[in-house]
Write a protein that binds this ligand. Structure first.
Ligand code: PEP
Ligand code: MN
Length: 337
């Protein structure tokens, strides 16, 4: 932390700040400039917010030097984190594609899609059993029945299962059926849920809140990490902007920016990020080109009949073409699918 003193602050104020610095167990270096004094605080005290210093008489502002996310930051770990999802790895050279319907609708539906996406090269099957719907009158998911169908689809195909978790009370139930827990955009700031998945050791896909800054997103990841779960995958899924031609605005510059700030794997969800089937393929290839470690995509056997998010769902044939085109892009950037 760097504490910048007001131009008119005198020795009394400076000494008082130094006293406070020592009181919290840090050391100080006083730099006397021509117009003002600056105090460099030596010691990692990220739990003390800049506001703690800002209110001290004579202080103009406190400027943090270290990122507020201790465990998630690149400073803490230089090498990319690789996360095991059953027999697959996400975050290494191979780009992991997770695919499946928005919502589990029936055993036949989920098995059919699971087989299709597995054949095309997906490493895991997604499917919502507890759906966070904007309207309370929309389909809310098959709940435990949906989890059972997902578990049977895993038995049939060997694919790892990804599903969304809505509440800390569901952790025991949901994690008894699935391999990866997903925290959706609407729950990125549900701190009790973040803590609860932090205490469980299953890999977690954390989606960016639709109005969250990168710092807020990384701090949400930090909640999970600091509660003991190192298996955090960050997912860019689009943010709310004034633009209406897509469902959300898929902010792809987030990917290289996050890769610089954190060692955690970063995946992209072009299905929710665009909401438009025809845009999912180009934005998926774009995501790979800018360094994403994986994709999460909605695929439906008959999008017209999909209970949820039909307009953005790929057919199995669309998914097959996307996978073969994406392979070429992956190769061009030194990755593989
Ligand atoms: C989902 O993946 O099914 C979902 C609801 O995504 P998001 O939380 O990004 O809207
Ligand atoms: Mn969806």
């Amino acid at each position: 932390m760097i504490i910048v003193m007001k131009p008119n602050s005198g020795e009394v104020e400076v000494n008082h700040v130094i006293e406070k610095v020592r009181e919290v167990g840090c050391k100080e270096i006083l730099l006397e400039g021509t117009n003002r004094k600056v105090i460099a605080v030596i010691g990692d005290k990220r739990d003390i917010p800049p506001e703690y210093w800002d209110v001290i008489p004579g202080v103009e502002k406190a400027v943090p030097i270290l990122t507020p996310y201790k465990i998630a930051s690149r400073e803490a770990k230089k090498t990319d984190t690789e996360i095991k999802i059953n027999d697959q790895v996400l975050g290494g050279k191979k780009i992991g594609v997770i695919a499946g319907p928005c919502a589990v609708e029936s055993q036949d539906q989920i098995n059919f899609i699971a087989e299709g996406v597995k054949k095309a090269g997906a490493i895991a099957l997604r499917g919502g059993a507890f759906k966070p719907r904007t309207s309370p009158y929309s389909f809310q998911g098959l709940r435990e029945e949906g989890l059972e169908y997902l578990a049977r689809a895993r038995e049939a195909t060997g694919l790892a299962i990804v599903t969304e978790i809505l509440s800390p009370e569901h952790i025991e139930l949901v994690s008894s059926y699935v391999d990866v827990l997903q925290i959706g955009t609407r729950n990125m700031s549900n701190f009790l849920l973040l803590q609860a998945v932090g205490e469980c050791k299953k890999p977690v896909i954390l989606k960016r809140g639709m109005s969250a800054t990168l710092d807020e997103f990384l701090l949400a990841g930090e909640y999970i990490l600091s509660h003991g779960n190192p298996n955090v995958i960050l997912c860019e899924r689009g943010i709310r902007t004034f633009e209406t031609h897509t469902r959300f605005t898929l902010s792809l510059s987030t990917v290289p920016a996050l890769k610089r700030l954190t060692h955690l794997p970063v995946i992209v969800d072009p299905s929710h990020g665009t909401g438009v089937r025809d845009l999912v393929n180009p934005m998926s290839k774009g995501s790979i080109a800018v360094g994403a470690d994986g994709l999460i995509l909605e695929v439906h056997q008959d999008p017209e009949k999909s209970y949820v998010d039909g307009p953005q769902a790929l057919t199995i044939e669309d998914f097959e073409s996307l996978m073969s085109e994406a392979r070429a892009v992956a190769q061009a950037v030194g990755r593989e699918i």
